[in-house]
Design a protein around this ligand. Structure first.
Ligand SMILES: NC(=O)c1ccc[n+]([C@@H]2O[C@H](COP(=O)([O-])OP(=O)(O)OC[C@H]3O[C@@H](n4cnc5c(N)ncnc54)[C@H](OP(=O)(O)O)[C@@H]3O)[C@@H](O)[C@H]2O)c1
Length: 295
């Protein structure tokens, strides 16, 4: 029942563009977005909560100044986490809310903040343990019928949660964390499920949130970095590129969501999609990540 949709070769993550990172001004954000589009990257990944509920509005400010962008970008955004924030004084306790009522309200707010008429892909940000699949399906179908969203999907769902909701309404992706530092989705059936259903798994924190690059005395990071650099040298590439090539090697067709606020790093990630790791190199990295040989 799942729904196969197209993504650009990489998705551009917006989490760190505002107050949770680079604090880009509107002109800076505009330059960044233009450069991404020039590279052929048109999918931009937002969430209501980013920047404590301010990032969508920052993007919306740009859209207001540059309405031409509306036809050039595809918007993913998310709903369903209720964070404690000065910007949401009604939230007294952090919680997940995937009721139909909240999904509709949050989507309408995202449309207003982003200054767009439609959201290309709406995701439930995290599985709500109290979710009622019939209620969610009704809300997603209503939003589609009203033209407010084109596609619907989830993030951070277990295979069982995905299977259940997908049997009520077609899901277009499971946006999940995966990297050389977070290998569980390769083993727990999450990626296999997308492969079986023929949908694209979209991957957050492909660089482990940047932790692999920083100063570290963690022996696991040091061992992994040594292996990544060794393989990078073989391919005349950077370590950052091997991280992307490693995800790209998987036949499920994972699409990474970059988190970098620097266009040069996004260009480098895009070029990495041309690097072909061998089967053995993929496992060299796997074993360096695990710190032990496979059985
Ligand atoms: N669905 C979810 O639950 C969820 C959760 C988290 C994130 N996301 C989405 O996924 C996107 C990506 O996540 P992420 O930001 O954690 O991804 P990431 O790409 O793993 O990490 C980005 C961080 O790594 C740093 N970095 C990247 N390349 C580097 C390099 N070559 N050298 C040194 N530092 C480098 C970046 O710094 P610079 O900016 O300085 O390059 C940035 O701080 C987010 O923007 C968001 O859209 C979704």
């Amino acid at each position: 029942m799942a729904e196969k949709i197209e993504f650009s070769p990489l998705i551009v993550g917006m989490m760190r563009m505002g107050s949770w990172g680079a604090n880009m001004s509107t002109p800076e954000l505009g330059r960044f977005v233009d450069q991404c589009i020039e590279l052929g990257l048109v999918d931009f990944d937002h969430a209501d909560i980013y920047g404590h509920y301010t990032e969508e509005a920052n993007f919306g400010k740009l859209i207001k100044e540059r309405p031409d962008l509306k036809s050039k970008v595809r918007i993913t955004t998310k709903c369903g986490i209720k964070m404690i924030s000065d910007n949401r004084p009604g939230h007294k306790e952090k919680s997940y809310d995937s009721t139909g009522q909240h999904i509709i309200q949050s989507t309408e707010n995202s449309l207003k903040e982003l200054g767009v008429e439609k959201i290309d892909l709406l995701l439930i940000h995290r599985p709500d343990f109290l979710m009622d699949p019939a209620d969610i399906a009704e809300a997603s179908q209503r939003l589609k019928a009203e033209g407010k969203i084109l596609h619907f999907g989830v993030s951070n769902f277990t295979p069982a949660q995905f299977e259940m909701l997908n049997s009520f309404t077609p899901l277009a992706t499971n946006q999940i964390e995966a990297s050389v530092l977070h290998t569980s989705p390769f083993e727990d059936g999450t990626i296999v499920q997308c492969q079986r259903l023929g949908i694209t798994p979209t991957i957050w924190s492909p660089f482990g949130g940047g932790s692999i690059f920083g100063l570290s005395s963690d022996p696991n990071i040091l061992r992994l970095r040594e292996k990544l650099n060794e393989i990078a040298d073989r391919h005349h590439a950077g370590m950052d590129q091997i991280l992307i090539a490693w995800l790209n090697k998987h036949p499920a067709g994972l699409v990474s969501i970059t988190g970098s606020t620097k266009i040069e790093r996004i260009k480098s990630a895009l070029e990495a999609l041309n690097i072909e790791l061998s089967h053995e190199e993929w496992y060299e990295i796997w074993q360096a990540s695990k710190g032990e040989e496979i059985a």
